[in-house]
Unconditional design. Structure first.
Length: 578
């Protein structure tokens, strides 16, 4: 026992009589926390399990004396080592919003307050190198089961000593939210060329799953690399979501920092799987970084999304998600085509797309010359072989050519109507014969606002190839699964699809898309499964409807001598329910 300190101790004891009352002071989180909550008044550390780095030899100044609620008892460390700590176990993970330190004369001039969920990995919630002793009321915003005071510098030649170590937890709740939307992002390098135009760091925080960041070719196709986001203010993290491009990291760290200079690792792996990874983390900081250590292949690193969830920060509210279809569903849009024979499509609902098609198709889509009602309640999309090539089509605005061997029709609702989620169905009698390719499908309407296919997304509710008469296809296409790699399934109905009308349907929600034909489910596509195994999901936005009767193309091949023309695709109705 250090007898020479007794006079100081007696003076401190006199000052300690008011500590018990001060320990009940209510703290409010600082203004930098986006969702401030009032601290509870109870001392969560009172008589909780506590351990310490050391105890002053031969004294009763044990660790439990700092959490016993008695202002006349204290914990005191030995004076052999500068670094000392005191750790409290709260019993379960709690949101810590305030700490009171009632120092004895032997106080710490430099210390940290740290939290941990497991008692092993620690995150700094507060630090100072200018400790003044006395009683300190510190406002925090951190979550963990364990709270630790770590002293790294002493005010005296003795150890460090505390009369009380009180901890307050939030009396309310503050649910984690997306903190990174629209926030500035930075990276080791980025790519902006023909291979990946505008693949800048900002693309990972824009909530657009069709845009991505990628490291620069050459200089960025090395290890290590990094990408970080500035949350605008100190935040307490709960999870990080990474939606990887195929160029992913097998080894990486998630790190936090108050200054973007010194980083604390809150998660680390050497077995990264790519695709979508949702990583629970516990840590605090204004900046969050993914430190990329090992590439999965010969290319660099690339992320579609880097999302940070938690509390605090300075979040920008993301756009509100579209509501799922109601129950029961109600009809919100339809065209029944009940007009006199020869009537052109309703211009309030449809507009023709004029010109040549994609995919090496052979037809020229006319300005409604090939689209009309038959007087029997059906829309007709008629594919024709032109006897005199060029006589029935104007100059193609794309190719500049005025000749065409085939003409047909393609109608879209873009600019008239689009929908996010719902039941979309049509009753159709498809055209038949080799080289015909009728379709009922949807595209993201941002394809006309700078999002190229396949990032815009495509929902094929019906595709039919004349060379496969018994089969209909239903498929989705997105940024990492398109063309022959689309996610879909054919259905062989056991007879020629063109022989009669069939109902083709997609039931589309925020959770996925289910396809059916004539009431028989063909395929259910789950959003979470796609994100975890194929790539980003781009179907949580408005889509418009397309109807077309294509001729030829890469997939169906050209017509042959046995293909009869004209070929009619008949549409009894198109309906949308929400």
């Amino acid at each position: 026992m250090r007898r020479e300190r007794d006079p100081v101790v007696r003076r401190a004891l006199g000052a300690a009589t008011g500590i018990a009352a001060l320990l009940l002071t209510t703290l409010v989180l600082p203004a930098t926390t986006a969702q401030a909550v009032e601290c509870g008044t109870a001392n969560a550390a009172l008589r909780a399990p506590v351990t310490a780095s050391s105890v002053e030899p031969g004294t009763p100044f044990t660790a439990d004396a700092a959490v016993d609620g008695d202002p006349g008892t204290r914990w005191s460390s030995d004076h052999q080592n500068t670094a000392q700590w005191l750790r409290v176990d709260l019993g379960s993970s709690k949101r810590v919003c305030g700490v009171t330190l009632a120092w004895e004369a032997a106080y710490s001039t430099a210390f940290r307050l740290e939290v941990s969920t497991d008692g092993t990995s620690w995150t700094t919630a507060y630090s100072t190198t200018d400790g003044r002793g006395g009683q300190q009321e510190l406002a925090l915003d951190a979550t963990g089961r364990y709270v630790r005071l770590t002293s790294t510098a002493r005010a005296t030649q003795y150890g460090v000593s505390l009369w009380e170590f009180a901890i307050r937890t939030a009396s309310g709740t503050d649910s984690p939210k997306l903190l990174s939307y629209g926030k500035p992002a930075f990276a080791s390098t980025y790519q902006d060329n023909a291979g990946c135009g505008g693949c800048t760091p900002a693309k990972v925080t824009d909530l657009n799953p069709a845009t991505r960041w990628a490291t620069a070719e050459g200089t960025g196709w090395v290890d290590p690399g990094w990408i970080s986001v500035d949350l605008g203010a100190t935040a307490q993290l709960s999870s990080v979501v990474l939606q990887w491009d195929p160029a992913y990291a097998t080894a990486f760290q998630v790190q936090t920092s108050a200054t973007a200079q010194q980083w604390t690792t809150v998660y680390e792996t050497t077995t990264g799987t790519g695709f979508k990874q949702t990583i629970p983390v516990s840590g605090s900081g204004r900046y969050v970084r993914v430190n990329l250590l090992k590439r999965s292949g010969p290319y660099g690193y690339s992320l579609w999304e880097f999302q940070v969830y938690g509390t605090g920060g300075n979040p920008t509210a993301p756009p509100a998600p579209a509501p799922d279809p109601g129950n029961p569903l109600r009809l919100v849009w339809s065209d029944e085509f009940n007009t006199t024979a020869g009537t052109k499509p309703d211009s309030a609902k449809w507009r023709p797309e004029v010109g040549t098609g994609q995919n090496a198709e052979l037809q020229f889509y006319t300005n409604n010359n090939n689209a009309f009602t038959d007087g029997g309640g059906n829309l007709v999309l008629e594919a024709r072989r032109e006897v005199t090539p060029g006589s029935a089509c104007p100059v193609d605005p794309v190719s500049g050519s005025g000749t065409c061997q085939y003409t047909s029709a393609r109608l879209i609702t873009e600019g008239k109507a689009s929908w996010t989620y719902g039941r979309v169905e049509a009753r159709i009698k498809v055209s038949g014969g080799k080289g015909l390719w009728p379709a009922f499908w949807m595209l993201g309407d941002d394809i006309f606002r700078g999002t190229p296919w396949p990032g815009s997304g495509e929902i094929d509710i019906m595709e039919h190839l004349g060379r496969e008469p018994n089969t209909a296809y239903q498929t989705i296409h997105g940024p990492a699964y398109f063309g022959g790699g689309g996610i879909g399934k054919p259905l062989d109905i056991g007879r020629d699809v063109a022989g009669e009308f069939h109902v083709f349907r997609a039931d589309w929600t925020s959770r996925g898309i289910t396809f059916s034909i004539d009431g028989t489910q063909v395929l259910a596509i789950d959003k979470a499964t796609v994100e975890a195994t194929r790539g980003p999901w781009v179907f949580d936005k408005p889509f418009f409807i397309l109807l077309n009767n294509a001729v030829g193309g890469d997939w169906p091949g050209p017509p042959d001598a046995g293909t009869a023309f004209p070929q009619r695709m008949l549409v009894d109705y198109v309906r949308v329910y929400q």
